[in-house]
Design a protein around this ligand. Structure first.
Ligand code: RB5
Length: 142
């Protein structure tokens, strides 16, 4: 399993923290930027990450902006991307179990490091249930 991470300037510190957290768990991590706190446009980084996931197998994505909202809206415009904001522990479990999310999204200005790392662990320790949920996932893309 490999991870790809990306953020805008409002999420860069948290994105770097998450990348280190994942590397410490021995995951390969590809960092698509941004790097540094110069103001950038979050759709650009959602685009980079969505394209990477859609052209590589067995990759999970992590996106971070200030709230997680803008960057997730953009990522979800791509067919095949299921980007979910993990805004609670319960949601971290459900977006894997029912939605088989392939991108975890966080708010760099709205969530704590402790909450984020705990939710990543919950997501990784949960199995996708398939069955009727796959039928619904197959209905998602326009
Ligand atoms: C950037 O200031 C901020 O708008 C962005 O990071 C994000 O929160 C948008 O949804």
């Amino acid at each position: 399993m490999k991870f790809v991470v990306a953020s805008d300037h409002a999420g860069v510190d948290m994105k770097d923290f998450i990348a280190d957290f994942l590397k410490n768990k021995n995951f390969d991590v590809v960092d698509l930027g941004t790097n540094g706190t110069t103001s950038v446009d979050y759709p650009v980084y959602a685009d980079k990450l969505a394209n990477y996931i859609l052209s590589n197998n067995d990759v999970l994505g992590i996106l971070v902006c200030g709230t997680g909202v803008g960057i997730s809206i953009r990522a979800n415009r791509y067919k095949g991307i299921r980007a979910a904001i993990l805004y609670s522990d319960e949601v971290a479990e459900m977006v894997k179990k029912h939605n088989n999310a392939n991108v975890m999204v966080f708010g760099g200005r709205t969530m704590s490091k402790e909450d984020i790392t705990r939710r990543i662990d919950i997501f990784l320790n949960t199995e996708y249930k398939g069955g009727r949920h796959q039928r619904r996932i197959d209905m998602l893309d326009l």
